[in-house]
Design a protein around this ligand. Structure first.
Ligand code: CUA
Length: 319
């Protein structure tokens, strides 16, 4: 490993140069103000020091012009920090419309990752350069934090709720992956790496890794194995809403409220079905807590998201 001294980690994602630019701007303005204040302090201290024969009689009592000046200039800088930071934050937080969907499960003390084509990895993530990668993450126990300094992305991974983060790696290489939230004894060993390769090389890696089932196929198998289809498919046995096209759509609940069926909603509906009962249905569904792992739920969610809009008759809550 090369041990060259560097102040910044490598900038290897599409947003990294922008984060660095803002950071450098903040440091530059901070340094300039500090120098200005320190210089004025010394100069004034020397120039207006107490001397024999000079009476300190030049005190001024308020100067509107001066006060406006030293309020407006810092205000302009602060607002610039805010506007620039907010814009960049939105850019980093807004998921791109298309991207490679990778599922991440954090647990004490490892990262499990699954590619859209089914390949699984532990503590290592292979991704192609130049492509948007969207991570949907959840923890099986405590709060972890997915942090890749070279990409300038860092996102808490929470138990009980999905969080997402995206990046587009720009340079092939191997980059540190850290857990950035103290999560127990071996927190410091919850590390790994992101391996960025050219797209062709990534394809090659994919074909070399044991594929297993892709999340959608695995989700369908689970869906059938858990007999979800009994109640969620059209027919005499249907007791719950049909699920085609539900993902991402607004749902009207029994209490009249409206929620968007995002990933976390789907997960909650599997583990705590009583929480959001869709209008027009009875709260009959049993919980699947304890029967399915977080990995299983991710596969089920992937399957539900893959379902096309159903036009079957009897879909009561569709509007
Ligand atoms: Cu996981 Cu620290």
């Amino acid at each position: 490993m090369s041990q060259e001294f560097r102040l910044f980690p490598e900038a290897a994602s599409s947003v990294a140069p922008e984060v660095d630019a803002l950071h450098l701007f903040l440091v530059a303005i901070g340094t300039a103000s500090a120098l200005l204040i320190a210089t004025a302090l010394v100069v004034f201290g020397v120039r207006y020091r107490q001397r024999a024969g000079v009476r300190p009689n030049h005190a001024i009592h308020g100067s509107t012009r001066l006060e406006i000046l030293w309020s407006v200039i810092p205000l302009a800088f602060s607002l610039t920090f805010f506007a620039w930071g907010a814009k960049l934050y939105m850019k980093i937080r807004t998921l791109p419309r298309d991207g490679m969907q990778v599922y991440v499960t954090g647990k004490q003390w490892m990262w499990r990752l699954q590619h859209p084509t089914g390949q699984r990895e532990i503590n290592t993530l292979h991704v192609p350069a130049g492509q948007n990668v969207i991570l949907t993450m959840i923890s099986e126990d405590v709060i972890h934090d997915f942090y890749v300094p070279a990409f300038r992305v860092k996102q808490d991974v929470l138990p009980g709720r999905y969080s997402t983060v995206w990046f587009r790696a720009t340079k092939p290489g191997r980059y540190h992956l850290f857990c950035a939230e103290y999560c127990g004894t071996e927190h410091s060993r919850m590390i790994g790496e992101v391996v960025v390769t050219e797209p062709a090389e990534y394809q090659q890696w994919l074909s070399g890794a044991p594929a297993g089932q892709d999340p959608v196929t695995a989700g369908r198998a689970l869906f059938e194995q858990l007999r979800c289809d009994t109640c969620h498919e059209p027919g005499p046995g249907q007791r719950g809403p049909l699920l085609g096209g539900v993902a991402g759509r607004e749902q009207v609940l029994a209490d009249g409220s409206v929620v968007v069926a995002d990933d976390s909603y789907l997960r909650t509906s599997i583990l705590e079905p009583g929480r959001h009962v869709v209008a027009g249905y009875e709260p009959l569904m049993p919980t699947y807590k304890g029967q399915v792992s977080e990995d299983d739920v991710l596969q089920l969610v992937a399957y539900l998201k893959s379902l096309p809009e159903t036009m079957a008759p009897g879909e009561g809550s569709d509007r």
